[in-house]
Design a protein around this ligand. Sequence first.
Ligand code: NAP
Length: 246
Amino acid sequence: MRLEGKNAFITGAAQGIGKSIALGMAKEGANVAIGDVNMESAESAAEEVRSLGVRSLAVKLDVSSQNDVTAAFGTFAGEFDSLDILINNAGITRDTLLLRMKESDWDAVLNINLKGSFLCCKEAVKKMAKQRYGKIISISSVVAFMGNPGQINYSASKAGLIGLTKTIAKEYANRGIRANAIAPGFIQTAMTDILSEEVKTEMQSAIPLHEFGTPEDVTNAAIFLASKESDYITGQVIHVNGGMYM
Ligand code: NAP
Protein backbone atom coordinates (compact mmCIF):
# COMPACT_ATOMS: atom_id res chain seq x y z
CA MET A 1 0.00 0.00 0.00
CA ARG A 2 2.48 2.58 -1.20
CA LEU A 3 -0.16 5.30 -1.78
CA GLU A 4 -2.44 4.71 1.22
CA GLY A 5 -4.75 7.69 1.81
CA LYS A 6 -3.35 9.75 -1.09
CA ASN A 7 -5.75 11.54 -3.44
CA ALA A 8 -5.00 11.41 -7.15
CA PHE A 9 -6.44 13.21 -10.18
CA ILE A 10 -5.81 11.48 -13.49
CA THR A 11 -6.77 13.05 -16.82
CA GLY A 12 -7.93 10.92 -19.75
CA ALA A 13 -8.37 8.00 -17.35
CA ALA A 14 -11.54 6.47 -18.83
CA GLN A 15 -9.46 3.96 -20.82
CA GLY A 16 -5.96 2.87 -21.81
CA ILE A 17 -2.90 3.98 -19.86
CA GLY A 18 -4.83 6.44 -17.67
CA LYS A 19 -7.32 3.81 -16.56
CA SER A 20 -4.51 1.36 -15.84
CA ILE A 21 -2.78 3.99 -13.69
CA ALA A 22 -6.08 4.65 -11.88
CA LEU A 23 -6.55 0.97 -11.05
CA GLY A 24 -2.87 0.51 -10.14
CA MET A 25 -2.92 3.49 -7.78
CA ALA A 26 -6.20 2.31 -6.22
CA LYS A 27 -4.58 -1.07 -5.52
CA GLU A 28 -1.87 0.87 -3.66
CA GLY A 29 -4.55 2.57 -1.53
CA ALA A 30 -5.08 5.88 -3.35
CA ASN A 31 -8.45 7.52 -3.94
CA VAL A 32 -8.73 8.44 -7.61
CA ALA A 33 -10.65 10.99 -9.67
CA ILE A 34 -11.12 10.02 -13.32
CA GLY A 35 -11.23 13.12 -15.54
CA ASP A 36 -12.26 12.47 -19.13
CA VAL A 37 -14.29 13.78 -22.06
CA ASN A 38 -16.06 10.43 -22.28
CA MET A 39 -18.32 10.40 -19.21
CA GLU A 40 -19.86 7.00 -19.82
CA SER A 41 -16.46 5.25 -19.85
CA ALA A 42 -15.23 7.50 -17.03
CA GLU A 43 -18.18 6.43 -14.82
CA SER A 44 -17.50 2.79 -15.54
CA ALA A 45 -13.75 3.22 -14.79
CA ALA A 46 -14.64 4.97 -11.50
CA GLU A 47 -16.94 2.07 -10.63
CA GLU A 48 -14.08 -0.40 -11.22
CA VAL A 49 -11.79 1.72 -9.03
CA ARG A 50 -14.38 1.80 -6.22
CA SER A 51 -14.65 -2.00 -6.35
CA LEU A 52 -11.03 -2.05 -5.11
CA GLY A 53 -12.16 -0.46 -1.83
CA VAL A 54 -11.10 3.17 -2.34
CA ARG A 55 -13.07 6.32 -3.20
CA SER A 56 -13.42 7.39 -6.80
CA LEU A 57 -15.34 9.86 -8.88
CA ALA A 58 -15.75 10.51 -12.58
CA VAL A 59 -15.39 14.15 -13.61
CA LYS A 60 -16.35 15.61 -16.98
CA LEU A 61 -13.21 17.21 -18.33
CA ASP A 62 -11.90 18.52 -21.61
CA VAL A 63 -8.37 19.43 -20.52
CA SER A 64 -8.05 22.04 -23.28
CA SER A 65 -10.90 24.10 -21.81
CA GLN A 66 -10.05 26.49 -18.97
CA ASN A 67 -13.68 26.43 -17.80
CA ASP A 68 -13.76 22.62 -17.66
CA VAL A 69 -10.43 22.44 -15.83
CA THR A 70 -11.48 25.02 -13.22
CA ALA A 71 -14.80 23.25 -12.69
CA ALA A 72 -13.22 19.77 -12.52
CA PHE A 73 -10.65 20.77 -9.91
CA GLY A 74 -13.44 22.49 -7.97
CA THR A 75 -15.46 19.26 -7.99
CA PHE A 76 -12.34 17.35 -6.89
CA ALA A 77 -11.77 19.77 -3.99
CA GLY A 78 -15.39 19.30 -2.89
CA GLU A 79 -14.80 15.56 -2.61
CA PHE A 80 -11.19 15.23 -1.42
CA ASP A 81 -9.32 17.20 1.27
CA SER A 82 -5.96 17.12 -0.47
CA LEU A 83 -4.58 16.78 -3.97
CA ASP A 84 -1.45 14.66 -3.68
CA ILE A 85 -0.96 13.35 -7.21
CA LEU A 86 -1.76 14.80 -10.65
CA ILE A 87 -1.27 12.61 -13.71
CA ASN A 88 -1.34 14.56 -16.99
CA ASN A 89 -2.31 11.66 -19.22
CA ALA A 90 -5.03 12.92 -21.61
CA GLY A 91 -3.64 12.96 -25.12
CA ILE A 92 -4.59 12.59 -28.76
CA THR A 93 -2.91 12.08 -32.13
CA ARG A 94 -3.76 13.67 -35.50
CA ASP A 95 -1.01 12.17 -37.66
CA THR A 96 0.15 13.28 -41.08
CA LEU A 97 3.27 14.68 -42.74
CA LEU A 98 4.19 18.32 -42.20
CA LEU A 99 3.12 19.59 -45.63
CA ARG A 100 -0.27 17.89 -45.36
CA MET A 101 -0.97 18.87 -41.78
CA LYS A 102 -3.77 21.34 -41.28
CA GLU A 103 -3.47 24.13 -38.77
CA SER A 104 -6.51 22.62 -37.01
CA ASP A 105 -4.60 19.30 -36.53
CA TRP A 106 -1.68 21.16 -35.01
CA ASP A 107 -3.95 23.19 -32.72
CA ALA A 108 -6.04 20.22 -31.56
CA VAL A 109 -3.00 18.19 -30.51
CA LEU A 110 -1.11 21.07 -28.91
CA ASN A 111 -4.25 22.28 -27.11
CA ILE A 112 -5.01 18.91 -25.53
CA ASN A 113 -1.55 17.41 -25.02
CA LEU A 114 0.38 20.50 -23.95
CA LYS A 115 -1.95 23.37 -23.06
CA GLY A 116 -4.23 20.90 -21.25
CA SER A 117 -1.35 19.85 -19.02
CA PHE A 118 -0.43 23.49 -18.38
CA LEU A 119 -4.00 24.27 -17.30
CA CYS A 120 -4.20 21.23 -15.01
CA CYS A 121 -0.75 21.90 -13.51
CA LYS A 122 -1.78 25.47 -12.71
CA GLU A 123 -4.85 24.31 -10.78
CA ALA A 124 -2.94 21.52 -9.06
CA VAL A 125 0.02 23.67 -8.05
CA LYS A 126 -2.29 26.21 -6.33
CA LYS A 127 -3.45 23.45 -4.01
CA MET A 128 -0.16 21.55 -3.71
CA ALA A 129 1.85 24.68 -2.88
CA LYS A 130 -0.48 25.38 0.08
CA GLN A 131 -0.12 21.76 1.24
CA ARG A 132 3.65 21.96 0.67
CA TYR A 133 3.43 18.57 -0.99
CA GLY A 134 2.51 17.17 -4.37
CA LYS A 135 3.59 14.87 -7.18
CA ILE A 136 2.97 15.82 -10.80
CA ILE A 137 3.58 13.18 -13.44
CA SER A 138 3.15 13.94 -17.13
CA ILE A 139 2.88 11.27 -19.79
CA SER A 140 5.21 12.32 -22.60
CA SER A 141 6.42 9.94 -25.32
CA VAL A 142 9.54 8.42 -26.83
CA VAL A 143 8.88 10.53 -29.94
CA ALA A 144 9.63 13.67 -27.90
CA PHE A 145 13.23 12.45 -27.94
CA MET A 146 13.44 10.71 -31.31
CA GLY A 147 11.00 12.61 -33.53
CA ASN A 148 8.67 10.59 -35.75
CA PRO A 149 7.65 11.15 -39.37
CA GLY A 150 3.95 11.99 -39.51
CA GLN A 151 3.80 13.21 -35.92
CA ILE A 152 5.19 16.75 -35.96
CA ASN A 153 2.32 18.04 -33.82
CA TYR A 154 2.39 15.11 -31.38
CA SER A 155 6.22 15.04 -31.05
CA ALA A 156 6.31 18.79 -30.42
CA SER A 157 3.54 18.55 -27.81
CA LYS A 158 5.29 15.69 -25.99
CA ALA A 159 8.67 17.48 -26.11
CA GLY A 160 6.92 20.53 -24.69
CA LEU A 161 5.82 18.46 -21.70
CA ILE A 162 9.47 17.82 -20.82
CA GLY A 163 10.18 21.58 -20.64
CA LEU A 164 7.00 22.09 -18.65
CA THR A 165 8.00 19.31 -16.22
CA LYS A 166 11.52 20.62 -15.63
CA THR A 167 10.28 24.17 -15.12
CA ILE A 168 7.65 23.15 -12.55
CA ALA A 169 10.29 21.03 -10.81
CA LYS A 170 12.51 24.13 -10.45
CA GLU A 171 9.77 26.65 -9.66
CA TYR A 172 8.05 24.60 -6.95
CA ALA A 173 10.73 22.37 -5.40
CA ASN A 174 10.76 24.69 -2.40
CA ARG A 175 7.03 23.97 -1.89
CA GLY A 176 7.58 20.22 -1.75
CA ILE A 177 6.24 19.63 -5.27
CA ARG A 178 7.99 17.04 -7.44
CA ALA A 179 7.38 17.04 -11.20
CA ASN A 180 8.51 14.19 -13.41
CA ALA A 181 7.60 12.71 -16.76
CA ILE A 182 7.24 9.24 -18.21
CA ALA A 183 8.13 8.71 -21.86
CA PRO A 184 6.46 5.50 -23.04
CA GLY A 185 7.46 3.79 -26.27
CA PHE A 186 4.90 1.68 -28.12
CA ILE A 187 2.17 0.70 -25.65
CA GLN A 188 -0.78 -1.50 -26.63
CA THR A 189 -3.91 0.67 -26.33
CA ALA A 190 -6.68 2.05 -28.56
CA MET A 191 -4.25 4.78 -29.63
CA THR A 192 -1.85 2.27 -31.20
CA ASP A 193 -4.43 -0.37 -32.24
CA ILE A 194 -5.36 1.83 -35.19
CA LEU A 195 -1.87 1.57 -36.75
CA SER A 196 -1.45 -0.76 -39.73
CA GLU A 197 0.10 -4.21 -39.27
CA GLU A 198 2.97 -3.05 -41.48
CA VAL A 199 3.78 -0.13 -39.15
CA LYS A 200 3.44 -2.36 -36.06
CA THR A 201 5.86 -4.96 -37.49
CA GLU A 202 8.34 -2.23 -38.39
CA MET A 203 8.11 -0.72 -34.91
CA GLN A 204 8.49 -4.07 -33.17
CA SER A 205 11.73 -4.77 -35.03
CA ALA A 206 13.10 -1.41 -33.80
CA ILE A 207 12.56 -2.40 -30.15
CA PRO A 208 15.58 -4.21 -28.64
CA LEU A 209 13.28 -6.20 -26.30
CA HIS A 210 11.13 -7.06 -29.39
CA GLU A 211 7.87 -6.60 -27.51
CA PHE A 212 5.31 -3.84 -27.25
CA GLY A 213 4.71 -2.44 -23.79
CA THR A 214 1.49 -2.70 -21.81
CA PRO A 215 -0.37 0.01 -19.88
CA GLU A 216 0.78 -1.79 -16.70
CA ASP A 217 4.44 -1.12 -17.64
CA VAL A 218 3.68 2.61 -17.58
CA THR A 219 1.58 2.23 -14.43
CA ASN A 220 4.51 0.70 -12.52
CA ALA A 221 6.66 3.75 -13.29
CA ALA A 222 3.80 6.11 -12.34
CA ILE A 223 3.27 4.41 -8.97
CA PHE A 224 6.99 4.68 -8.24
CA LEU A 225 7.02 8.41 -9.11
CA ALA A 226 3.90 9.00 -7.00
CA SER A 227 5.24 7.15 -3.99
CA LYS A 228 7.63 8.18 -1.20
CA GLU A 229 10.29 5.95 -2.79
CA SER A 230 10.92 8.66 -5.40
CA ASP A 231 10.88 11.68 -3.07
CA TYR A 232 14.44 12.68 -4.03
CA ILE A 233 13.63 12.57 -7.76
CA THR A 234 12.34 15.66 -9.57
CA GLY A 235 12.62 17.10 -13.08
CA GLN A 236 13.39 13.67 -14.53
CA VAL A 237 12.07 11.45 -17.29
CA ILE A 238 11.58 7.71 -16.94
CA HIS A 239 11.76 5.97 -20.33
CA VAL A 240 9.46 2.95 -20.60
CA ASN A 241 10.18 1.72 -24.11
CA GLY A 242 11.83 -1.70 -24.26
CA GLY A 243 15.11 -0.05 -25.24
CA MET A 244 13.66 1.71 -28.33
CA TYR A 245 15.45 4.90 -27.28
CA MET A 246 18.44 4.98 -24.95
P1 NAP B 1 -6.22 6.39 -25.33
O1 NAP B 1 -6.51 4.94 -25.15
O2 NAP B 1 -6.69 7.07 -26.55
O3 NAP B 1 -6.75 7.16 -24.02
C1 NAP B 1 -6.73 8.56 -23.94
C2 NAP B 1 -7.91 9.01 -23.10
O4 NAP B 1 -7.88 10.44 -23.06
C3 NAP B 1 -9.25 8.62 -23.71
O5 NAP B 1 -10.15 8.21 -22.72
C4 NAP B 1 -9.71 9.92 -24.35
O6 NAP B 1 -11.12 10.01 -24.50
C5 NAP B 1 -9.19 10.92 -23.35
N1 NAP B 1 -9.15 12.28 -23.90
C6 NAP B 1 -8.98 12.66 -25.19
N2 NAP B 1 -9.05 13.98 -25.29
C7 NAP B 1 -9.28 14.46 -24.05
C8 NAP B 1 -9.47 15.76 -23.52
N3 NAP B 1 -9.46 16.84 -24.29
N4 NAP B 1 -9.66 15.89 -22.18
C9 NAP B 1 -9.71 14.80 -21.37
N5 NAP B 1 -9.57 13.54 -21.83
C10 NAP B 1 -9.34 13.39 -23.15
O7 NAP B 1 -4.65 6.65 -25.29
P2 NAP B 1 -3.48 5.94 -24.44
O8 NAP B 1 -2.69 5.13 -25.37
O9 NAP B 1 -3.99 5.37 -23.18
O10 NAP B 1 -2.61 7.24 -24.13
C11 NAP B 1 -2.57 7.89 -22.88
C12 NAP B 1 -1.42 8.88 -22.88
O11 NAP B 1 -0.19 8.19 -23.12
C13 NAP B 1 -1.53 9.92 -23.99
O12 NAP B 1 -1.07 11.17 -23.53
C14 NAP B 1 -0.60 9.39 -25.05
O13 NAP B 1 -0.11 10.41 -25.87
C15 NAP B 1 0.49 8.79 -24.19
N6 NAP B 1 1.30 7.80 -24.87
C16 NAP B 1 0.74 6.67 -25.39
C17 NAP B 1 1.55 5.75 -26.04
C18 NAP B 1 1.02 4.48 -26.64
O14 NAP B 1 1.79 3.78 -27.33
N7 NAP B 1 -0.25 4.13 -26.43
C19 NAP B 1 2.93 5.99 -26.17
C20 NAP B 1 3.45 7.15 -25.62
C21 NAP B 1 2.63 8.04 -24.96
P3 NAP B 1 -11.76 9.63 -25.95
O15 NAP B 1 -11.33 8.22 -26.24
O16 NAP B 1 -13.21 9.76 -25.74
O17 NAP B 1 -11.17 10.60 -26.93
